[in-house]
Design a protein around this ligand. Structure first.
Ligand code: 13P
Length: 330
């Protein structure tokens, strides 16, 4: 039998973390377009190879979350991406949700899709080399009106069903209820919403008897909204983020990873460093690490511009950011 707890714990070993390289075709196309790169399937393969094929990434990465298209593509080394990652001791993971759609009773909020054919897809992903998975739910803050309790609860129920299916299939689930950074809200409001979101999630997980020891939580930090105008100090972010986690996250979970959520690379690095320091001070019971997409990739993408001759400089920027983010873990 697969030892899911061991796989989950391994994601936190040796000061390493996770690269989220699981942008959907739609998101990857938009992200690359914002750097002036027109992306078809081959350009998306080169985009993935820029990061996954960078020599030395195994020093910093315990895992990579892939999109389904990438599971079946080969790197410039002619090996399938999941195989080449596994050979370097990096666990291949897969995003399994199918994106979001508006909630009929609260159309400004979103519910995540993808449960219907999940068992069949999991069997395929496992054959293709994935050992862990990710499901993202989106929680939006707007004044005191959003999120609604319904949005939090319905997303928690789907996260629980997802986690159960994934554990049954012999894979580790990462549960990502992302409280969005976008908005005008205060850090205090983000703290309260994070606490409610995580509290609801873990009580629903308990009702569904989901095994906590073999799951990983992927969470936002408690931050003033991106349009709030206030820049929180890393110490403020650390204090509020850990207060919310300590209140809501059971000590049994395999670990907690952070998303970057639209913070700049430096901001995401400094906040992680403060969170890591504070977690040690208060003896937080779970291991912590990063699972960033934008904060790890943005500087490299700005240099790459889709051009072969820029690959070395772009990879050097990626490795330099990886070194800073993993040093932030202390
Ligand atoms: P960011 O770090 O860019 O927020 O992405 C993480 C992620 O996995 C979003 O689903």
């Amino acid at each position: 039998m697969t030892d899911l707890v061991a796989i989950a714990r391994q994601l936190f070993a040796n000061g390493k973390g996770i690269l989220a390289a699981d942008e959907s075709v739609h998101t990857a196309t938009a992200r690359l377009a914002s750097y002036g790169v027109e992306a078809g399937e081959e350009m998306r393969r080169q985009y993935r190879d820029l990061f996954l094929g960078a020599p030395g990434v195994e020093q910093y990465l315990s895992g990579v979350i892939l999109f389904s298209e990438t599971l079946l593509q080969k790197g410039n080394d002619k090996k399938l991406f999941p195989k080449s990652l596994a050979e370097r001791g990096i666990a291949p993971g897969i995003k399994v949700d199918l994106g979001t759609e508006p909630i009929s009773t609260s159309p400004q909020e979103l519910i995540t899709q993808g449960l219907l054919d999940l068992p069949e897809r999991l069997a395929e992903y496992k054959k293709q080399g994935a050992v862990f998975t990710k499901w993202r739910a989106v929680i939006r803050i707007d004044g005191n009106d959003l999120p609604t309790a319904t949005a939090i609860h319905e997303n928690a129920k789907r996260l629980a069903s997802y986690a159960k299916e994934v554990q049954t299939a012999g894979l580790v689930p990462i549960l990502e209820p992302e409280v969005l950074y976008e908005g005008k809200h205060s850090r205090q409001r983000a703290h309260a919403v994070l606490e409610e979101t995580l509290g609801t999630l873990f009580s629903v997980l308990e009702e569904h008897s989901v095994d906590r020891a073999s799951l990983v939580l992927k969470t936002s930090m408690a931050l003033s909204g991106s349009e709030n105008g206030k820049r929180d100090t890393p110490e403020e972010v650390a204090e509020d983020t850990l207060a919310a986690l300590m209140k809501s996250v059971p000590k049994q979970v395999a670990g907690v990873v952070f998303l970057s959520g639209g913070q700049s690379p430096d901001q995401a690095t400094e906040n992680l460093a403060a969170i890591s320091r504070r977690a040690k001070e208060i003896s937080a019971p779970w291991p912590l690490t990063f699972s960033y997409a934008r904060a790890l990739q943005d500087e490299a993408l700005a240099l790459w511009k889709g051009k072969e001759e820029n690959v070395p400089a772009a990879r050097a920027a990626f490795l330099s950011r990886l070194a800073k983010v993993s040093a932030a873990l202390g």
